[in-house]
Design a protein around this ligand. Sequence first.
Ligand code: FAD
Length: 451
Amino acid sequence: MTSVLWLRRDLRLHDHPALMAATEDGSVLPLVVVDPALDRAGGPRRDAYLGAVRALREATDGALVVRRGRPEQVVPAVAAEVGARRVHVSAEATPYGRRRDEQVRAALESADVAMVARGCPYAVGPGTLTTGSGTPYKVFTPFSRAWRDHGWPAPAPVPTDLHWHADVDSDPLPDVEPMHPVGEDAARAAWADFLDGPLETYGEDRDRPDLDGTSRMSMHLKHGTIHPRTLLHDLARHPAAQGDSAQRYVNELCWREFYADVLWQRPDSAWGDLRRELSSMPYADPATDEDAAGLLDAWRAGRTGYPMVDAGMRQLAREGWMHNRLRMVTASFLVKDLHIWWPHGARHFLDLLVDGDLASNNHGWQWAAGTGTDAAPYFRVFNPVEQGKRWDPQGDYVRRYVPELAHVAGKAVHEPWKVLDGYAHGYPEPVVDHAEERREALRRYEETRRS
Ligand code: FAD
């Protein structure tokens, strides 16, 4: 019998529970539906996704079928074409993915075809962990303890008895040029390089954007070209498994799982403040306020006059990726220095990031805005100059992305206003005064808290 394996955020062959389950049925027809929702994804992420689909098509000797259209129509039609009784998937956790899957499940059931979910993009499925009293976790640290205690199965190998169902027509795959190497081989190679090199100093270097100290696995995790179980398994067997660096890395993976869990429990947190008591905070609205629109444009373009902020925004535009430290600094700046509500920034990030992910991005934004789960209270405001001096101590990161400041040596690059020819090459003056706007952010916070 042939089963359909409908692939979404699981574009790989290794460690793939849904593929294992499909293989048990007989031959497998791998299917990707190019859903109208994908057109809403930002260009860089869409190209990375389609590039990974192309790589998987090669890995399946061309058997992978691509169809354009609405999943609730396409998936039952393809199942009928090959006489499949089962459609296998990795479970989805986002609000859109859950809604879509329910529609597809209903459409399949009415044709007497079962949709079988096995595995998901996380080591521990969102919604699995609850506190002793059965409620969802609201803060990270207790979640992370429960997550580590829960554990996860060892990664499964590629099934040895794979038979692809190979004679089904495919729509053409759009020709794309991803910004970075994509696909399962690229993911595994990047991971092996990280284990052999930067992992050793990850604990110390992960906050330094001037060093290439992080793994850049986010895009691969996003598209499922590698599974976090594989990363956790390799880390646990690494000679430095108990060291600070490996443990920090596990902790970062846990943040990804925590945010997915929060989104599962609170789908409204995708675009609304988790801390509802802060949702009356007054913000400037770029849709109606010309000044705010100008400030938002300056922020997007990397022309705020704060070198660290601008370098981050330009890295995002150029590479479709931004270092985590800069994601925090630029997000804090938009919300607390420019007083613009975080969804405006979150939208821009999702449009440009190759790893753009609703749970990690929008909760990362809420963390920086102080309206989210834990850790960063609203009154903690990042100082973009001090952040620069601390995490980019020689100024190399800023000079890499802001050529107008290439002539300023050392960490003076973080304060061009103090350098005699700091503005000689067209770099803008600060659009706001940080100290003043910090006070204003705190004033608004106090006012909101009191009301
Ligand atoms: P590494 O340091 O090598 O970390 C390893 C992995 O751990 C990452 O690939 C990621 O899967 C996970 N991770 C690390 N830090 C976090 C974190 N703070 N939250 C959740 N997971 C984390 N991550 C995304 O994958 N997609 C996003 O759209 C996204 N948007 C963000 C927006 C803001 C405002 C903030 C503050 C953070 C955001 N992050 C996002 C989290 C983090 O910045 C990226 O995961 C990280 O920079 C990716 O680079 P890396 O793979 O080299 O990270």
